[in-house]
Design a protein around this ligand. Structure first.
Ligand SMILES: Cc1cc2nc3c(=O)[nH]c(=O)nc-3n(C[C@H](O)[C@H](O)[C@H](O)COP(=O)(O)OP(=O)(O)OC[C@H]3O[C@@H](n4cnc5c(N)ncnc54)[C@H](O)[C@@H]3O)c2cc1C
Length: 331
C-alpha cells in the first residue's frame, strides 16, 4: 500500500470543510485558515456578551446531499429551522419564488454548523497562506516565515480573487477565475437595550443604503439579549468599499432608523464589518476548477452562486472528481 496522498486545503469555510469531509479516509488532509475561528463567511462575531451572525443569515436547501448534511447536523442539535416571517419593505416589493422556502440556521450561532463539520479535521488556524510554490505533487505552502509541505495537491477555497492570487501561474483556470465578480457588503451589528421592540423579526429592504435587517435573537438557541444584524446593499457597498468605516457606520445607522428606532446608546455601540468579497455577482459558471496535470484545484460559492449551499455543492462536486485521482498509485 502506498502512502495516502497529501492534500492541502486553503480555507475553513463551507467549501473547505465540505471537501475535507468528503476526502477524509482517502487522503491525508490539512486545512489552512487565516482567521482565528472557523466558518469563513458563516463565522460568528462576539461583541461583549452577544454573538452576531455577521455573515450568512440563514441557509436554504435545494439538493438532497445538502439536505443529508443539514439533517445530520440537526440531529446533533447544530442546526434548526428558523420559522420567523421575513417581511419586505416597502410592502409592495415582490420576492422571488424561493422567498418562502424553509430557512435553517446554525444553533446556537451560525458557526455551529462549520464547527460541527470540523470535528475531525486537522486545521491550522491563524495561518494566512501567502504563496504556493513547487511542482505538481511537491507543492509547498508559505505562511509568514513558515513553510509546510510537500503536498501532492493544493485546493484553494478562498473567494475567487484571493484564490487566483495564491495559485501558481501554471494553474489552467486563471482565465475563468478572472471572469468572476463578487460584491462587497458592510454589516452593522447593533446591541439593543433589554426589552427593545422592533416591528419585524427580519426584513428585506428596497432602500438606497441597506438591504436587510434581522433580529438575531429571534433565531433558535440564541440567548435573549436583543440585537440587530444589518446588511448594506451590494451596489452601495461596492461604491463605498474604500470609504472610512466610521462614516459608513453613521450612514448605515441613519438608514436603520428609517425602519427601527435606535437610541444614542444603541447607535454608539453598533460595530461595522467590511466584507470585501461577500456575495457572487458573476459566478465562474463551472462547478469547480480542477487542473489534474498541475494537481491544483479551486472551489467555493463563487463557482456557482452566492449561497452556503452553492459552496457545499462546488466542493462536493470537486471531491467526486478528485477521488479517482487520489486513489491512483504512482507508476
Ligand atoms: C454578509 C453576508 C450575508 C450572507 N447571507 C447569506 C445567506 O443568508 N444565505 C446564504 O446561503 N449565503 C449567504 N451568504 C453567502 C455565504 O456566506 C457564502 O456563500 C458561503 O459561506 C461561502 O463559503 P466558501 O467556503 O465558499 O467561502 P468562505 O466562507 O469565504 O471561506 C473561505 C475561507 O478561506 C479563508 N482564507 C482566505 N484567504 C486565505 C489565505 N490566504 N490563507 C488561509 N485562509 C484563507 C477565509 O478566511 C475563509 O475562512 C452571505 C455572505 C455574507 C458575507
Amino acid at each position: 500500500m502506498s502512502d495516502p496522498k497529501r492534500v492541502a486545503i486553503i480555507g475553513a469555510g463551507m467549501a473547505g470543510l465540505t471537501l475535507a469531509r468528503a476526502l477524509a479516509g482517502h487522503a491525508a488532509i490539512r486545512i489552512f485558515e487565516k482567521s482565528r475561528g472557523i466558518g469563513g463567511r458563516m463565522a460568528t462575531r462576539r461583541i461583549e456578551d452577544r454573538a452576531f451572525d455577521h455573515g450568512a443569515q440563514y441557509i436554504t436547501i435545494r439538493e438532497p446531499r445538502f439536505r443529508d448534511l443539514l439533517d445530520a447536523a440537526a440531529a446533533d442539535g447544530a442546526v434548526e429551522r428558523w420559522n420567523r416571517d421575513i417581511v419586505s419593505l416597502p410592502a409592495a416589493r415582490q420576492d422571488g419564488p424561493r422567498a418562502d422556502a424553509p430557512r435553517y440556521v446554525g444553533k446556537p450561532a451560525m458557526n455551529a454548523l462549520p464547527k460541527w463539520m470540523a470535528r475531525d479535521c486537522d486545521i491550522a488556524f491563524d495561518t494566512e497562506i501567502s504563496s504556493v510554490s513547487g511542482t505538481p505533487g511537491h507543492w509547498t505552502l508559505t505562511a509568514g516565515a513558515g513553510e509546510d509541505g510537500p503536498f501532492d495537491w493544493i485546493v484553494a477555497t478562498a473567494p475567487a480573487p484571493q484564490s487566483a492570487a495564491l495559485l501558481p501561474p501554471a494553474f489552467a483556470h486563471h482565465a475563468a477565475m478572472q471572469t468572476t465578480r463578487m460584491h462587497a457588503c458592510f454589516t452593522l451589528m447593533v446591541p439593543l437595550k433589554p426589552g427593545a421592540a422592533t416591528p419585524f423579526a427580519a426584513a428585506r429592504l428596497d432602500d438606497p443604503v441597506i438591504s436587510w435587517i434581522s433580529r438575531n435573537d429571534t433565531k433558535p438557541g440564541r440567548d435573549d439579549a436583543p440585537c440587530l444584524v444589518v446588511n448594506a446593499g451590494p451596489e452601495w457597498s461596492d461604491r463605498h468599499i474604500e470609504a472610512p468605516l466610521e462614516s459608513l457606520r453613521v450612514q448605515i445607522i441613519e438608514a436603520v432608523r428609517r425602519y427601527v428606532p435606535l437610541d444614542s446608546t444603541e447607535a454608539d455601540s453598533a460595530v461595522i464589518k467590511r466584507w470585501r468579497y461577500a456575495n457572487v455577482a458573476r459566478p465562474a459558471g463551472q462547478p469547480f476548477l480542477l487542473d489534474p496535470a498541475q494537481q491544483l484545484a479551486s472551489c467555493g460559492d463563487w463557482c456557482i452562486a452566492g449561497r452556503v449551499e452553492a459552496a457545499f455543492e462546488s466542493a462536493s462536486r470537486l471531491a467526486d472528481a478528485l477521488l479517482p485521482a487520489l486513489r491512483e498509485t504512482p507508476p
